[in-house]
Design a protein around this ligand. Structure first.
Ligand SMILES: [Zn+2]
Length: 465
């Protein structure tokens, strides 16, 4: 049995294969694997990803599907290389599906036509999925290859899960695993989720907490039909105006802090978040105040508290169809991010009670839950030091940042339930400039190199007895 001990070998391996990995990332961006889009590009992407991992040395990589609740998942790439009794098992997770993209809104390139743009000493690759999460697929590919190039029989058991439904919000895998945490296919000592990013480009970061999510639709009805605002406006209540009254109670008028009682908040030793870089990353306009409980740090407001926003409306016509009529019914979709340890059921109930209590003029509010995802708090498992060391070594830094993430990855909670004692590592190439889910998504080549190296160094460290 070969025990790999030097980090120099994997460093050379990663450096040598980087041009090829960068090309593979471009190739994957061209495949229009939009999770809500046609099935064939998803299937083609899964087949290609499986082929790449077989070529990298995971002979068991294959395309499978998961059955759950009468439905079949999108194709999922799965590998299970259990060759070393007693050695640690690492499960590598990423997703190949991407968010849709509106080409008219993109400036640098068409969303599925990858384009390289020089960025100082670095290069960025633009395209939908370049960061979220095809960079995660390529990181795993590079790390596995680098490890196996050093020692084909490296004593570590590797599993791979690359799914195609992450961006749908509620993936079949997520729901299946939540109900079948004992399934041996998803058991591991270390789970590496390559689907987050550094606090800043080049600042090695572990994502230690994730906020949960709860989404409801709220509906108000005031009239049997739309009527002329000149003939009836005044005494007759417009449903949209009533809805606005309800929605306006969700945030405190002075501070903008969430005003729904009964929601959890959490403290954690996150790295400080600089207001200046937060403003720049979020694109907050000059003169616009940041909102939230004034006594909380920016990190706590961002990672440890609930936030509430309206993400969709119906009932009131768009500006191009505006006429002078009263709106008989109006609906809003209200989306809440939750403290990492918040119970989602309790949060939905708190929101429902608040909305119902806020209805004006004797109206009845109808509240329907439409989605939820549990948050996550990392624990320091047996391999935590090796994980931090791999990041320090890859970046040549003395410290590792600990960030929360505002976003939710529901599957992480399912991985936790399936592996209560495992180290769950959340990292990746989705630093703020990547603008994931937005227009002109991109990824940094130096970040891809160093994150791939960090993961390769971690795999190598796990081969040591
Ligand atoms: Zn993602």
């Amino acid at each position: 049995m070969t025990v790999v001990s030097s980090g120099e070998g994997v460093r050379e391996s990663v450096r040598g294969m980087l041009p090829e990995l960068w090309g593979t990332l471009s190739e994957l961006v061209r495949l229009r694997s939009v999770s809500a889009g046609p099935a064939e590009p998803l299937a083609a992407t899964a087949r290609r990803v499986a082929e790449l991992f077989r070529a990298a040395g995971l002979g068991s990589a294959d395309v499978i599907t998961i059955e759950h609740g009468g439905s079949t998942s999108a194709p999922l790439v799965y590998a299970d290389e259990r060759k070393h009794a007693g050695a640690p098992t690492v499960l590598l997770y990423a997703h190949y599906d991407v968010q849709p993209a509106d080409a008219a809104q993109w400036q640098v390139t068409e969303p599925f036509t990858p384009k390289e743009v020089p960025d100082g000493d670095d290069t960025r690759l633009y395209g939908r999925g370049a960061a979220d999460d095809k960079s995660g697929v390529v990181m795993h590919l590079g790390a596995v290859r680098a490890l196996l190039e050093q020692a084909a029989d490296a004593p570590v058991n590797l599993k791979l899960v690359v799914e195609g439904e992450e961006e749908t919000g509620e993936s079949t895998l997520d729901q299946y695993l939540a109900e079948h945490p004992e399934d041996p296919r998803f058991q591991a000592d270390v789970v590496v989720v390559a689907d987050t990013g550094n606090l800043r480009l080049g600042a090695p970061t572990l994502t230690s907490t994730l906020r949960g999510i709860a989404v409801v639709d709220v509906e108000l009805r005031t009239l049997r039909r739309a009527v002329h605002s000149g003939m009836y406006g005044g005494p007759a209540p417009d449903a949209f105006m009533a809805l606005v009254q309800v929605l306006s109670t969700l945030l405190d008028r002075e501070t903008g802090a969430v005003a729904v009682p009964g929601l959890a908040d959490q403290d954690y030793p996150w790295s400080a978040v600089s207001e200046e870089s937060f403003r720049a990353d979020a694109g907050v306009l000059p003169g616009v105040a940041l909102i939230g409980a004034p006594e909380d740090s920016l990190a706590k407001r961002l990672y440890g508290r609930a936030s509430i926003n309206v993400v969709g409306l119906s009932g009131v016509p768009g500006m191009d169809a505006a006429t002078n009529v009263l709106c008989p019914a109006a609906r809003a979709r209200v989306s809440m991010r939750l403290a990492p340890d918040q119970d989602t059921g309790a949060a939905l109930e708190a929101l429902r009670a608040h909305l119902v209590g806020a209805a004006p003029w004797g109206l009845e509010v109808e509240v329907t839950a439409v989605g939820r995802g549990t948050g996550f708090v990392a624990q320091r498992g047996a391999h935590h030091d090796a994980i931090e060391q791999a990041l320090r070594e890859a970046y040549g830094t003395a410290t590792v940042e600990h960030a929360g993430q505002g976003g939710s990855i529901p599957l992480v909670a399912a991985f936790r339930a399936a592996n209560p004692d495992a180290d769950i590592v959340l990292w990746g190439c989705e630093e703020p400039r990547a603008n994931i889910h937005g227009n002109d998504e991109s990824v940094s080549r130096s970040e891809l190199e160093r994150m791939t190296l960090a993961e390769a160094l971690l795999l190598q460290a796990l081969t040591r007895p």
